[in-house]
Design a protein around this ligand. Structure first.
Ligand code: 6PG
Length: 247
């Protein structure tokens, strides 16, 4: 696990975009599979990746975009993770439409939407029974409570060991969510966390410094068996990781 600290969101986001390009170009895989999170932190990284200085370097024809999680809302809803990525990234790049794989957040039931996404993953990755997809790169955020994706502390979704995608409940609206499960995330070849803000500094410290805590936080359970984990933090989110200078 590696940690990189940046002065601000802008610098962090440009580095995230450059890592996505680096991973895509270095991957031998046909296709390059990328799973993106929602929320607010990664927005700037998606804008950076859509900028020609980065997007012109991406092998979009062989890149497939998936989502880490979604809210049970229509794609045009301002809370839609698909809608956010479409507006900031997908509508500005030359990725073939068939390479974009959103959750169907507008289906009548989250169970049906999760089951449909599982079928799509199984077909795309040609998975056999009990197999999990190996994404080339997964972008994750982390909430103040230590959740990641839509895997919230003490949630049923966090305990799922067989299914690839499940419904989830968020205390914050929209309450009904869909999420990839822990076994899927932990099969990724590379995971990049994007975390900023002073309000997350204590949780960052707990996850990164006290991982053996009795009840590890969901973000602390992201320990890919073979994959590498990189944490991109701004100074504020990293502020409890280092001894306080000057006293
Ligand atoms: C979502 C995200 C979620 C997010 C964290 C952090 O659908 O909201 O996937 O898991 O990564 O809540 O959100 P911020 O980056 O907005 O703090």
């Amino acid at each position: 696990m590696r940690i990189e600290i940046f002065p601000d969101l802008q610098a962090l986001s440009r580095k995230a975009a450059s890592y996505i390009v680096e991973e895509a170009r270095a991957s031998r895989d046909r296709p390059f599979t990328l799973a993106l999170s929602g929320g607010s932190t990664p927005r700037e990284a998606y804008r950076s990746l859509a900028d020609p200085s980065f997007s012109s370097l991406m092998p979009w024809k062989r890149t497939h975009i998936f989502w880490v999680d979604e809210r049970m809302v229509s794609p045009t809803d301002c809370d839609s993770n698909y809608g956010m990525v479409r507006n900031l990234l997908v509508s500005h790049i030359s990725v073939p439409p068939e390479n974009v794989h959103p959750f169907a957040g507008d289906l009548p039931s989250p169970e049906e939407a999760a089951a449909r996404y599982e079928v799509e993953l199984k077909e795309f990755f040609q998975l056999g029974r009990g197999q999990f997809p190996e994404f080339n790169l997964v972008l994750l955020g982390m909430g103040e409570d230590g959740h990641t994706a839509s895997l919230f502390p003490s949630s049923k979704a966090l305990l799922e060991t067989r299914r690839l995608a499940v419904p989830a409940h968020s205390e914050k609206p929209p309450h009904s969510r869909l999420t990839l499960t822990l076994p899927v995330l932990n099969m990724a070849k590379k995971i990049i966390f994007l975390v900023t803000g002073k309000e997350k500094a204590y949780t960052v410290k707990r996850v990164l410094k006290d991982p053996r805590e009795a009840s590890p936080l969901p973000a602390g359970l992201i320990q890919p068996s073979l994959g590498r984990v990189l944490w991109l933090l701004d100074e504020e989110a990293a502020s409890q990781l280092r001894p306080v200078r000057g006293i």
